[in-house]
Design a protein around this ligand. Structure first.
Ligand code: ATP
Ligand code: MG
Length: 1032
């Protein structure tokens, strides 16, 4: 949008919150996964969201402003995003500032307090709108710059005072971002009768021009970056609050006007997915999102109050953030909320929740007043305030000098390794925002490392110059370069700059990864190499000036590092997807799993590192649930990322869902922080995020195809249990035997040629789990045990075998007889198309075993478990099994009677017909042949009675053999589909050869079983023909 197009927005009614929505462009991740845009904005105030699962379902929200920043833009020569053409509805940073930023400035000049909050899920563009990125400056720098510009232009008989403070709230702890010394436990919020809530000890620095504010923001960002090097993701879980106190003194009128401007970049608003973590016994423990959750509660309560509902209590006091924002929420402030949203379909749920949040915030009513005072009153208040914060090292006046003087003279050439001053913006990499010429000079001449953070605002903030000679890097103060971060040792690595080369050498076992690959020896670095030190501290290496070109450094963002590392570890969409799809295309579900996997990889590394330092003895590994598993029809199951946790000493194993892991990771960070702060990091076992009671673990599943049952044939087989990765966990010896109600196994004479012959009949069969062989789980630790469980067709609960402990090849010998009283078509279809899935469960000492009592199942009078009860269950109450059984018998009898009646009718008709024919024959002198139909009927009847019963039996035998080999073929096919290609390229050829051989074997099995069936049938037909000539 050009300047000419801008229309000044009228501020909304003074007492309501101004709400703006802004939609950003697709991120690289979203583009890679082929996301679709579900947001549209048809006017300057409406935002429409479309449900990707149900495209007709759209919801339109109307707010004060709707900013379209999704497309229709291009980069100008300075790197600023501008509209492509005048018709584009693109909203630039300037447009957003024009409405929202100027609104805040207007309020401030008039003496109102003003608050701007940015709300939205992680990566939705909150910080981009608030702070900006590179040349695209956000609202905060623009507000500060314009404030001072306007001050310069004002009359001289007025005085202006501006103070600046910057804090971060993480885990309910406040950190002063303008102070280098970290207060253990953070700063405290106190309450004063007149002043309300305030942060005790927070530095508030007087500033005389915009450059000072800019430098303070750089410092604050640097402190935030250093603090977040331990855990990259922590910045998106913290709230940043910048407060500008603006005071105007009208000397001629003995009057002051005071405005507090709060600019708040909130933490990412991800809703904890209820599934997964809800089962976690420590779900309530984490405080990471307490402030955000409570902000939501306060907003909801205020919205209710504004719409006339009775609200007794607004929970301002329940969290740090809401205490500080009390004036902004239903109090003395003009408040603006910018709801940042992603355009992508995969973010639909989160985006909808953001819009609903904004809708509630819109209802809040504030009572902003102009804060004026006489100078007399002011000085008294100032005295009171001074008394209140007496002895507090954070007093504004004193600190201002200290702060303004505290600009470090870092980065001078010749001073060895040292951190350069904070640059604040990644643009600084290209020399955009540096204040010291020396530093620019060093950057231009020396090779250096730039930090890369998950939060793009914190990327490129730390710089480590590599001077000629050799230097150590690590945690200890004695190092020329001091690094912080998880898994960084006191002496971690050394860097050498000599003969125009830079090399890095890891110390002893310290983790150093270059371009995704862990290194153990001296390694030469090249311009733009990616270096990860410790568990996840990422740096981009900038080489000698001669090596540099005009590369776009923003390409090497956090995602780039993680994807590279994942690829080096053999994780890729193709790799994960290859297990399931052979068509070369990864399905979208798989892409989502892959992205989750890559996102969680560094988190798992961090969790492992924390566990190691806290001596927890755990090993956490990422796995994909159901990676190679399929449902009862052989279709793939939904895949999701999970974390396998193993206690290395006791060998206990747990499986955590993604949500549970993320929840636990927050708690681990809290504990680890206490440990770093030198506090007591000991916790009771039940509060320990690294601990859980032992539980039963799912080891794998076996598919037992039931087709033979549909032909009343016995199946006896050894079937593999496959784990989630498609590897064999054990083998089960299983028998599925059709039988009589009394349990006598059916013989070949009972085999049916067409399953529909069984329709409506009583079917009895036994499922026998005979023995388990080579159970890996038990081989690893013989103290363990197993249970098996399965659920057939419509059974209401799973049947578990009794636990067996301490045997690698446990004898199970458990047989259950099932009865379908009146086999339905659906049940017969199920038998022909589905497999019985038997799950193998691992037991470990102290875990609760699975209930094998089978108490809540429907049983027949003989005590057999009833299946195929769907129809019956609509007719009866559960528990009334006996009645239902009688009812079924009655139904069956009725059906049989009906059949008999039909036969009777047919016979009678035939009798009449025969009688007529006989009469006809008698009356015909020429002795004509009998009419066609009866002759045929007689022939059929004749055949029926003379056909040897043995041909049926032989036919059944042939079929039985055929189905048995089909079962084997199916198993083979399933295994083939689940095999993954090897990681190493050189192994690919043998793998392909192996696969080809297996395919050939598979083909041979198919061919030979078909051939055999054909032969058998031919022999039977031949025999039958031979026995029938007299009937022809
Ligand atoms: N309007 C926009 N135009 C161009 N790029 C944008 C826009 N909004 C956001 N981005 C980009 O999207 C990415 C995520 O944005 P940002 O860091 O602001 O998210 P956030 O909401 O602050 O996330 P977090 O909660 O993790 O801090 C960044 O790379 C940013 O540059
Ligand atoms: Mg952010």
């Amino acid at each position: 949008m050009s300047d000419g197009k801008m229309v000044k927005m009228p501020m909304p009614r003074m007492d309501s919150v101004t709400v703006a929505v802004r939609v950003r462009p697709f991120s690289q991740r979203e583009k890679n996964s082929g996301s679709k845009c579900v947001i549209s904005m048809h006017s300057r105030t409406t935002t429409t969201i479309q449900d990707p699962k149900n495209p007709e379902h759209r919801k339109t929200f109307t707010f004060d402003l709707a900013y379209w920043s999704h497309d229709g833009f291009q980069k100008d020569k300075d790197g600023v995003f501008i509209s492509t053409d005048p018709s584009s509805k693109f909203a630039s940073q300037k447009d957003v500032f024009h409405d929202l930023g100027r609104g805040i400035l207007d309020s401030a000049w008039q003496g109102y307090n003003a608050t701007l909050l940015a709300y939205g899920q992680t990566g939705s563009g909150k910080s981009y709108s608030m702070v900006g990125l590179g040349a695209n400056k956000g609202i905060i720098p623009n507000v500060c710059e314009e404030l001072f510009q306007a001050i310069e232009e004002r009359e001289r008989n007025q005085e202006y005072q501006v103070t600046f403070s910057m804090l971060e709230i993480y885990n309910e702890q406040i950190r002063d971002l303008l102070s280098r010394t970290k207060q253990p436990g953070g700063l405290k919020v106190r309450e004063d009768q007149h002043l309300g809530f305030y942060v005790d000890g927070l530095k508030s620095v007087p500033c005389g021009n915009y450059a000072q504010i800019e430098r303070l923001m750089e410092q604050g960002t640097k402190i935030r970056t250093t603090a977040s090097t331990n855990m990259n993701a922590s910045s998106s879980r913290s709230h940043m609050v910048i407060t500008i106190q603006f005071r105007q003194v009208f000397l001629d009128r003995d009057l002051t006007k005071q405005s507090t401007i709060n600019l708040v970049d909130l933490a990412g608003s991800e809703r904890q997915k209820s599934s997964g973590s809800e089962g976690d016994r420590l779900r309530e423990g984490s405080q990471v999102n307490l402030s955000l959750t409570n902000l939501g509660n306060v907003i909801s309560a205020l919205a209710d109050a504004a719409t006339g509902k009775k609200v007794l209590h607004i929970p301002y006091r329940d969290s740090v953030l809401t205490k500080l924002l009390q004036p902004a929420l239903g109090g003395n402030s003009r408040t603006t909320l910018i709801a940042a949203i992603s355009p992508a379909d995969i973010c639909y749920e989160e985006t909808l929740s953001t819009l609903r949040y904004a809708e509630r915030a819109k209802k809040i009513r504030n009572r902003a007043v102009v804060n004026t005072s006489t100078l007399m009153r002011e000085s008294k208040a100032e005295n009171d305030r001074a008394l209140l914060v007496r002895g507090n090292s954070g007093m504004a006046g004193k600190l201002s000098q200290e702060q303004c003087r505290s600009r470090p003279a870092a980065g001078r050439p010749g001073v060895g390794w040292r951190e350069g001053p904070a640059a604040g913006q990644p643009g600084a990499r290209r020399g955009g925002l540096l204040s010291l010429p020396q530093e620019q000079w060093i950057m231009k001449t020396l090779p250096h490392l730039l930090n890369v953070n998950e939060d793009p605002q914190l990327t490129g903030v730390l710089k480590y110059f590599i001077q000629a000679g050799s230097c150590d890097a690590g945690r200890a103060a004695s190092n020329a370069i001091r690094l912080q971060g998880l898994g960084i040792s006191d002496k971690h690595a050394s860097f050498t700059n000599s003969d125009g080369k830079v090399t890095v050498t890891p110390h002893s076992k310290c983790k150093v990864v270059v371009n995704g690959v862990p290194i153990v020896t001296k390694t030469k670095l090249q311009h733009l190499d990616r270096i990860i030190l410790g568990s996840n501290s990422a740096y981009l290496y900038i080489g000698f000036p001669s090596e540099r070109g005009s590369e776009d450094l923003t390409r090497f963002d956090y995602d780039f590092f993680q994807l590279e590392r994942a690829a080096a570890e053999g994780v890729s969409v193709d790799k994960l997807g290859a297990a399931s799809h052979g068509d070369g295309k990864a399905d979208p579900g798989m892409l989502a799993v892959f992205q989750d996997y890559v996102r969680l990889m560094p988190l798992v590394a961090e969790a492992n590192q924390m566990g190691e330092e806290l001596k927890k003895g755990l090993r956490m590994e990422l796995k994909v649930k159901n990676l190679a598993a399929s449902d009862s029809r052989g279709h793939e199951l939904q895949k999701e990322v999970m974390v396998k946790v193993t206690n290395q000493r006791t060998r206990e194993v747990w499986i955590w869902s993604k949500a549970k892991f993320i929840n636990r990771k927050f708690l681990m960070e809290e504990l680890y922080q206490r440990f770093l702060d030198g506090e007591d990091s000991h916790v009771a076992q039940e509060d320990d995020p690294f601990w859980d009671p032992v539980e039963v673990v799912h080891l794998g599943s076996a598919h037992i195809w039931l087709q033979s049952l549909a032909y009343s044939m016995k199946l006896e087989d050894q079937v593999e249990f496959m784990n989630c990765e498609g590897e064999e966990e054990a083998v089960v010896h299983v028998c599925v035997t059709p039988c009589s109600p009394a349990g006598r196994a059916c013989g070949e004479e009972d085999v049916v040629i067409d399953p529909s012959e069984l329709l409506g009949k009583r079917m009895d069969f036994q499922v026998g789990l005979v023995r388990c062989l080579g159970v890996k789980w038990l081989k690893e630790d013989t103290e363990r045990g197993i249970q098996m469980g399965y659920r057939i067709y419509d059974l209401s609960s799973t049947l578990y075998t009794k636990p067996v402990w301490k045997m690698v090849n446990p004898q199970i010998e458990e047989t259950v007889q099932f009865t379908a009283l009146n086999a339905s078509q659906e049940f017969l279809n199920y038998l022909q198309t589905d497999a019985l899935i038997v799950d193998l469960w691992g037991l470990q000492e102290g875990c609760t075993q699975l209930d094998c009592s089978q108490s809540d199942l429907m049983v027949t009078s003989e005590g057999h478990v009833m299946v195929d009860t769907k129809k019956m269950s609509t007719l009866m109450d559960p528990g009334q099994v006996q009645i239902s059984e009688l009812y079924m018998k009655l139904l069956k009898l009725e059906q049989e009677t009906e059949l008999l009646r039909d036969t009777n009718r047919a016979l009678r008709e035939e009798n009449v017909f025969l009688k007529q024919s006989l009469e006809k024959v008698g009356s015909t002198q020429q002795g004509e042949r009998l009419p066609h139909k009866p002759s045929n009927t007689l022939k059929e009847m004749n055949q029926m009675y003379t056909r040897p019963a043995s041909s049926d039996r032989e036919f059944a035998k042939a079929l039985k053999l055929f189905y048995h080999s089909m079962n084997q073929a199916r198993g083979q096919l399933l295994r083939l589909r689940q095999e993954k290609p090897p990681e190493e390229d050189e192994m690919l050829r043998p793998f392909v050869q192996q696969q080809a051989q297996k395919l050939k074997d598979f083909g041979d099995v198919l061919e030979s079983s078909l051939r055999r069936l054909k032969n058998d049938v031919a022999v039977i037909v031949k025999k039958k023909r031979a026995s029938l000539p007299q009937a022809e």
